[in-house]
Design a protein around this ligand. Structure first.
Ligand code: PLP
Length: 368
């Protein structure tokens, strides 16, 4: 099987899996317990927090463990919208864990339009600010095209207007080093399973001066903000997965070279292929493409029959076959939206995987 759907989820790094399973046996204690088993689990948990903080250029107290990206996004917004009539400004290409949170809770929100590359029209943001606006939320990297957003610029606007700035960095952290200055983004969400850690853990990195509202109530874990017994071995696994993602002079260089290989081979072999992902300012491992005249859904099924896993639109909505909101916001024509597929890969993919994908797509053009 060629797994090329890493934007949906990634394979667990065997080094991380081994460390995790070993720790599950050795560090089973409840980190809150005042005895040896508890204290050793507590140390594992807090060491993981410190390591993650180093990668995120922040103090360990700013790292709050959650169940993943969805929870981190929901919590960040819940905290940043203190009143029923609080208003949010979000990009028109956010993940459903941002948009659905606002919709379902009846919050007032405005959408920042994007240009044809899928980049936020930053100059529009100021026009959207209302007296009730309390937060701007813009993802660091888009899950369907991989395009990066001008985070520093948006942060400046938010802070000039005393607004909280949240960024969903689920497709960014673990793929590109987090080089933003401490405090530039007030709340950052990320998720372990997007960078080769097992599922069920993520984090919200928070500016603690702006963190006011607990999200899950109970025993007061995570400094009273997110109750529930922590999974110390899983937290340690995520810290190791983050470290692994950035070793050997950053594996993003290798993944970028795979993407260049894929892009160049497609352009050479399938002249009318549409490459939707822009050539620059993107995460390394996502390439969104369309083959004119072939529905993305048919292509996904064809590739699956040849042992290649890719997706159409985002994984969370592809089961329902909804059109990609990101591609619609980019004002791509309806046919291209219907024809698009997302090929995504990471450091566990090989050059040979790319060759297999290109050959299968060449075959699809002949047969479909
Ligand atoms: N945000 C983005 C951009 C995503 O791609 C995803 C998952 O696909 C999420 C949030 C949700 O993360 P999780 O699956 O960890 O809940």
């Amino acid at each position: 099987m060629v797994y090329a759907d890493t934007a949906a989820t990634t394979k667990v790094d065997p080094v991380v899996a081994e460390y995790y399973t070993k720790n599950l046996i050795s560090f089973f204690g409840n980190p809150a317990s005042q005895h040896e088993a508890g204290m050793s689990a507590y140390k594992l948990l807090e060491d993981a927090r410190k390591n993650i903080a180093e990668f995120m250029n922040c103090h360990a107290d700013c790292v709050f463990f959650t169940s993943g990206g969805t929870e981190s996004n929901n919590w960040a917004l819940y905290n940043a919208l203190p009143k029923r009539d609080s208003h949010a400004i979000v990009s028109s290409i956010e993940h459903p864990s941002v948009i659905s949170f606002l919709e379902s809770n009846g919050f007032d929100y405005s959408l920042i339009p994007v240009d044809s590359r899928g980049v936020c029209a930053v100059e529009e943001i100021k026009k959207l600010i209302k007296p009730t606006t309390s937060v701007i939320s813009v993802m660091a990297a888009n899950n369907e095209t991989g395009v990066l957003q001008p985070i520093s610029h948006i942060s400046e606007i938010a802070h000039e207007h005393n607004l909280i700035f949240h960024s969903d960095a689920v497709q960014y952290v673990g793929h590109i080093p987090w080089n933003f200055k401490s405090g530039e983004v007030d709340f950052v969400s990320f998720s372990g399973h997007k960078f080769n850690c097992p599922k069920g853990i993520g984090a919200l990195v928070a500016n603690t001066d702006k963190l006011k509202t607990p999200y899950i109530f109970g025993g007061g874990q995570e400094r009273g903000f997110r109750s529930g017994t922590q999974n110390a071995p899983l937290a340690a696994a995520m810290a190791l997965a983050l470290e692994q993602s950035q070793k050997d002079d950053f594996s993003d260089m290798y993944v970028s070279s795979l993407k260049n290989h894929l892009r160049n081979d497609l352009l050479e072999n399938i002249p009318d292929v549409k490459i939707i992902t822009p050539e620059t300012d993107c995460v390394p491992g996502i390439l969104n493409i369309a083959l004119p005249g072939i529905k993305g859904e048919s292509l996904r099924i064809f590739l699956n029959m040849r042992g290649i896993c890719v997706s159409t639109g985002s994984a969370c909505s592809s089961g329902k076959h909804e059109q990609s909101q990101t591609l619609i916001a980019m004002e791509l024509d309806n046919d291209t939206v219907e024809e698009s597929i997302r090929i995504s890969f990471d450091r566990f993919n090989s050059e040979n995987d790319i060759t297999i994908i290109v050959n299968a797509l060449k075959e699809a053009v002949k047969l479909l």
